[in-house]
Design a protein around this ligand. Sequence first.
Ligand code: MTE
Ligand code: MO
Length: 368
Amino acid sequence: MTTVEDASRPSRLAGPDEGISLEELQLAARNHGLPLEALRYDVTPAGLHYLLIHYDIPALDPVTHTLTVDGAVARPLTLDLATLRDRPRVTRQVTMECAGNGRALLRPRPVSQPWLVEAVGNAEWTGTPLAPLLHEAGLDADAVDVVFTGADHGFERGVEQDYQRALPVADALRDEVLLAYEMNGAPLLPQHGAPLRLIVPGWYGMAHVKWLRGVTVLDRAFDGYQNAVAYRLRQEPDDEGVPVTRIAPRALVRPPGVPDFMSRTRVLRPGPCTVDGRAWSGYAPVVSVEVTTDGGGTWSPAVLDEPTGGEFAWRRWRYDWTAQPGRHVLGARATDASGRSQPVEQPWNRGGFANNLVQQVQVAVLPD
Ligand SMILES: Nc1nc2c(c(=O)[nH]1)N[C@H]1C(S)=C(S)[C@@H](COP(=O)(O)O)O[C@H]1N2
Ligand SMILES: [Mo]
């Protein structure tokens, strides 16, 4: 594992019979997913929430850490944590999902963090809204993008960088965008961005910049790596591509029964069984969930529970099933109020982003 990727070459696709490499395993061991049984919690306990860390977790001192707001503004600001904590305080449940969720199931497989379906969590984030701060700084009339800079640093395909992501001004000014200093009622953990991170409800994870140290307003489009090179939907390496933004709808099944250790096939006794899970979308509220027990051949409606976490949180659903002896493949598909739903054929792009292919849960029901 001594390679350093080269920016002049496109990101790699795995060959037809190429297995997951030690490099991919190394990423997977650092960046863990949500254990799917944790779909049972309305609010994901912090240690069970998925993680994605491009470089190293930086060591930041909450006492001396500051956030600067600068660029195309009338009054640049520098704020410490105590000042941010004195500002209006908002708590919001937000379902966050990595844009690469599902990537390792694609054929051909984009070589990167090899997520199956578990790169998701629903936490309660507390912080202060970003928009009033931007207004206090006084945005120039020609402001275009707002760049958020993390304190972490590394190389990606030969490009040395701080982790930086920009939002268009209109998206940065949305009421729901938070500068968050708490997760589930406790100070942020190091791996989740301590002492300060951005929360952009409805957007894939890459927008929620951790270890936030700078907010810079630009009078032009940001051309940094994470916006211009990574996180774009492309079919070919030299396509300009479409930016990855909001979370496509997805439902996940909480795997029923008990697992076989090695294969994680679910083992169940025959008879009535309530199958449940969660569903979310970053575009519009989820309006229906359907369940399949035959790998997508036939679909039946699930019952959606009343929403408990507000408009940016996942919603529980359930389905009464009579498990018959034999093998079954369970899955669920969500549809949101914008009409978006989930495909049973893979939606493929070179980064494996925003891919919401229906999950497949292998179930073996024992004989009577
Ligand atoms: N500074 C910084 N912010 C970051 C990242 C990062 O590597 N560095 N990873 C992003 C990505 S790709 C995701 S999916 C989310 C993951 O947030 P979590 O680890 O708290 O679940 O953080 C985002 N924010
Ligand atoms: Mo991500």
